[in-house]
Ligand binder design. Structure first.
Ligand SMILES: Cc1cc2nc3c(=O)[nH]c(=O)nc-3n(C[C@H](O)[C@H](O)[C@H](O)COP(=O)(O)OP(=O)(O)OC[C@H]3O[C@@H](n4cnc5c(N)ncnc54)[C@H](O)[C@@H]3O)c2cc1C
Length: 435
């Protein structure tokens, strides 16, 4: 006999698990299916898990700030015990360097003011009081080392940064996903691992379930695509990509793990930092390491991946480029000959703003295009998707009358047309991992 569920969620990463958690709390009988062996073992496993609240749009910032409130009280959000323990927010704040590249953060500061997020303007002397290893030399625009101008300082040094306390990072993102899985299971949600979805079933003009690689048929009137960097594969499988103005692609990214300067305790004194002047972000990592990724400066070629099951998981020369850029800001940081780190894929939307939406196929929904920056927003994404799915299944016409989601902790109404697959490219976006 075929198995039947109220909703099937393809993917058990941080996004799929959060949706399963929220729908199961509403009484839905859900099944998360993942082709890997456990939850959070897809791209979420390699996230830098920076929990920042600043974005280049008001709605992006509001969603991140609301989500921060859940990370801050993670035990309350999860609501049950997990035998593996609970993930912990390292609440060390976030620093963003003011530079020519980001117009001294004027736009970001206006948005923070509008949402009511407290931050401090720091001079560079104050930046150095917080983190003495940082150097104020400006190198903008970011360059590659083969550029003869790489490392040529600009005449004017950096002016300073903003720092806000309500931010930090999660050092064990896989555990955080396990927490959400356990929370969902406590409400009856089910999970199926080592199971690959191979086709989306339809009955008439509506979705009716999925078929697995081994031929198993699982029936459901609702199927949700939360497959991370495989999102375009699943959308094509469902035949919904043609009906989307904004599409998604997989982009390869490298993150380098570097040692802190000798004798400096970066692990307990550092905080996630973003620096458009050298095109880098970084944060503390266990073992007194500094973990650094690229902010996608124009000079870096983008490595789009046709098949998300086949890409080079080894670090390349790019990791060294990122290390050299960070060494411009932290000149005392040693660069090992053999750099360690991780490689994974972003699921990038055309304008680097995610798609949380229905599709043209009734019953088929998507939470995709997370563009390297939506781990932090998972608690809100789960709640938004649950409301969207519930209302659409009751007949609401979300495309013509977009649902407004109330961010209850910060008192902000978020019109979900911001995340529509039918939107025009959002020109307010940073068109980068900054969102
Ligand atoms: C290097 C890197 C650094 C990042 N840093 C940050 C950061 O600092 N802060 C931040 O907020 N965000 C960050 N992100 C982004 C964030 O990690 C992602 O947005 C988020 O983890 C995506 O979660 P997901 O559940 O959509 O995807 P995934 O975790 O990839 O989960 C999707 C799941 O779907 C499964 N799947 C796919 N196809 C099928 C199929 N056919 N059948 C069954 N299962 C299938 C996969 O196995 C996978 O487990 C980063 C991402 C990367 C790669």
């Amino acid at each position: 006999m075929n198995q039947k569920y109220d909703a099937i969620i393809i993917g058990a990463g941080i996004i799929g698990c959060s949706i399963g958690y929220e729908l199961s709390q509403k009484g839905w009988k859900t099944l998360n299916i993942d082709k890997l062996g456990a939850s959070g073992h897809g791209s979420t496993a390699n996230t830098c898990a920076v929990i920042r609240v600043h974005y280049s749009t008001i709605d992006g910032t509001a969603a991140a700030y609301e989500s921060y409130k859940y990370w801050e009280a993670w035990d309350k959000y999860i609501g049950v015990e997990d035998s593996l323990g609970l993930a912990k927010l390292n609440k060390c704040g976030v620093m963003v360097i003011k530079s020519t590249a980001n117009d001294q953060l004027k736009k970001v500061r206006n948005i923070l003011d509008e949402i009511g997020i407290a931050y401090k303007n720091l001079t560079f002397d104050e930046v150095k009081e917080k983190c003495s290893i940082l150097d104020d030399t400006s190198y903008h625009p970011p360059r590659r080392p083969e550029d003869s101008k790489f490392g040529t300082p600009n005449d004017t040094p950096l002016k300073g940064a903003i720092y806000y306390e309500e931010g930090g990072y999660i050092s064990d993102p896989v555990l955080s996903v396990h927490n959400v899985q356990v929370a969902a299971e406590s409400h009856g949600a089910q999970f199926k691992f080592n199971a690959q979805v191979n086709s989306i079933l339809k009955e008439g003009d509506k979705v009716s379930g999925v078929t697995l690689e081994d031929g198993t048929i699982i029936e459901s009137p609702v199927v949700i695509n939360a497959s991370g960097p495989h999102s375009f594969v699943i959308n094509r499988m469902a035949g919904v990509e043609e009906g989307m103005k904004i599409k998604t692609r997989a982009l390869r990214h490298e993150v380098a793990h570097l040692p802190s300067p000798e004798g400096f305790d970066y692990e307990s004194t550092g905080c996630p930092s973003s620096d458009s002047d050298v095109g880098a972000y970084w944060r503390p990592e266990v073992g007194n390491h500094i973990l650094t990724g690229s902010e996608d400066p124009e000079c870096d070629p983008k490595e789009w991946i046709e098949n998300p099951d086949e890409f080079n998981r080894n670090l390349t020369e790019q990791a060294k480029v990122q290390a050299l850029r960070l060494a411009q800001r932290i000149p005392t940081m040693p660069i090992p000959t053999q750099i360690q780190g991780v490689v994974d894929l972003y699921d990038v939307a055309d304008d680097w703003i995610p798609i949380y939406d229905k599709s043209d196929l009734p019953g088929f929904y998507m939470a995709v295009g997370t563009s390297g920056n939506q781990y932090k927003n998972a608690p809100v994404i789960g709640k938004m998707m649950a409301q969207l799915i519930e209302q659409c299944e009751k007949g609401h016409d979300h495309d013509n009358d977009p649902i407004v989601f109330h961010l209850e902790k910060i008192g902000h109404d978020l019109n979900m047309k911001f995340f529509s697959r039918l939107r025009e490219i959002n020109e307010e976006s940073s068109f980068s991992v900054l969102g």
